[in-house]
Design a protein around this ligand. Structure first.
Ligand code: GLC
Length: 471
């Protein structure tokens, strides 16, 4: 099949969150199954063109109508790991950061319009748009005569960001303004428009696909999503198991694998040394990697941290987030030198050393479409303690409920439930010895690689193609 992806961020070129990991590695997995995949992304100014060998000028240029004006778009491209990536380049689109500007909705609307302009020359079988930034691709493709046979798939990575904007944005790219029931007067909800119009809608875990049909997780779109329920798929993300591999990781002190975990203790000692934690082989290290924001349960973490440290645990935290929470964590770290190591920022290599050196990994998310941290930590034999929501519920099974379990989980979003799960984890960790090693071995043996997930995507594309033919 010929499949065209569109996403705002794609690893390794530009990454803000998990979307980039998926948009970077799923196309490769599809290509290795024999499909022909092109990925469209904006040519952000932060992209290191030299490093990746991306030409500055495009092989093709299009001048496209943009409101009363015209926008000139270039399409430089490269091929790598069997995937063609096209960088949509325009002064009206490219900025230093991927998101965070007042005119994001306009920039991304133009991005979608520009992608369609390029697609009509050689129509793909499937147009696959990701999150609200690429959402207008769906209605735009539906209106392009040359793309009438192309099936459209829209994937929701996070329903909390919908691209709610002024309806004037639609007119800029030549779309009718006719309002959806969910939209207020004068407003356009870009994600809702893709959900309403796509042949198939998907999201990134089985559980989240069920949750978003309810008011608790539906972010006001549950009604619309329920209407599309027959065409709604949940496919759990994979991770790049070559990149995240404790046996080959160039960033860690000692490699290890499921059958010989001796290196992990060396990585733990190295992590304690690097981050200024007390050198104590027996103290359980809890890792936290991710944005310090409400979605990730930062309030629960903040509430439980002092208790956890009192219990003899050590905490390594890496991430950035809400300034108010960053300050709270700075204060906590100052009070708990040697027991709490805080790095406010993003550092991929340090993240890998934390995945390797920590004993347990905390992820008490309020909601979690899939979550990648728990999958990476499983791969490194670092046992996850998670809230049982979304992808966390799909991928982590509590050992106290399931003898074949791989972690610990709690249900109610409250600190008592979270600390109870941690206490159960500590209890097992301290009993130590063979059972804990077996738990780690089980975690490391699980297969969360992309090939299996990619096959499900192919099934979904077939369903989308069938739906398109029927339409
Ligand atoms: C978003 C979601 C996260 C998911 C990722 C990739 O960042 O919040 O749960 O893993 O997208 O699909």
């Amino acid at each position: 099949m010929r499949i065209s992806f569109a996403a705002a961020e794609v690893a390794p070129y530009a990454k803000v969150g998990g979307l980039a990991d998926v948009a970077g590695s799923l196309p490769q997995a599809l290509a290795s199954l024999g499909h022909d995949v092109t990925v469209y992304m904006p040519y952000h100014r932060s992209i290191d063109a030299q490093k990746f060998g991306i030409p500055t000028a495009g092989a093709r240029t299009h001048s496209i109508p943009y409101g009363a004006a015209r926008a000139r778009i270039e399409y430089p491209e490269i091929s790598r790991d069997g995937v063609r990536t096209v960088f949509v380049r325009s002064v009206r689109i490219g900025r230093d950061k991927v998101y965070g500007y007042d005119d994001d909705a306009k920039r991304y609307a133009l991005f979608c319009r520009a992608v369609v302009e390029d697609l009509v020359d050689t129509p793909p079988d499937v147009v696959h748009a990701h999150d609200w930034h690429a959402a207008l691709l769906v209605p735009l493709a539906a209106r392009a005569r040359q793309l009438r046979k192309a099936a459209t798939v829209f994937t929701i990575h996070n329903l909390a960001y919908q691209g709610r904007t002024s309806a004037a944005v639609l007119k800029l790219v030549g779309l009718p303004r006719a309002r959806l029931p969910i939209e207020d007067r004068g407003e356009a909800n870009l994600m809702a428009r893709a959900i309403a119009a796509a042949d198939i809608v998907s999201t990134v875990s089985e559980r989240y696909a069920e949750e978003i049909l309810t008011p608790e997780f539906g972010e006001r779109l549950e009604g619309l999503l329920r209407k599309r329920q027959a065409d709604l798929w949940g496919i759990t993300n994979g991770i790049d198991t070559k990149f995240f591999d404790p046996a080959q990781d160039p960033h860690i002190a000692a490699p290890y694998e499921a059958d010989d975990q001796s290196g992990k203790a060396i990585d733990k000692a190295a992590l304690q040394k690097e981050t200024g934690l007390q050198r104590d082989a027996a103290a359980p290290i809890f890792g936290v990697i991710g944005r310090l924001v409400e979605q990730k349960g930062v309030d629960l973490l903040t509430a439980v941290a002092p208790w956890l440290l009192e219990k003899g645990g050590q905490l390594v935290v890496l991430g950035t987030g809400d300034p108010a929470y960053e300050q709270k964590w700075r204060d906590l770290a100052a009070k708990n030198k040697g027991r709490l190591a805080l790095t406010l920022g993003f550092d991929g290599a340090l993240a890998q050393r934390i995945y390797a050196g920590a004993d347990l990994f905390l992820m008490p998310s309020r909601f979690e479409p899939c979550g990648l941290g728990q999958l990476i930590s499983l791969r490194y034999g670092t046992i996850p303690v998670v809230r049982a929501v979304g992808g966390l519920a799909t991928t982590v099974r509590d050992v106290d409920a399931d003898p074949r379990g791989n972690g610990f989980s709690f249900i109610k979003y409250e600190s008592a439930a979270f600390s109870d799960a941690i206490a159960r984890a500590l209890h097992r960790y301290k009993a130590d010895g063979e059972p804990w090693r077996q738990l780690r071995t089980r975690a490391m043996h699980e297969d969360h690689s992309w090939p299996a997930a990619a096959k499900r995507y192919v099934e979904m594309y077939m369903a989308a193609a069938k739906a398109r033919r029927a339409a």
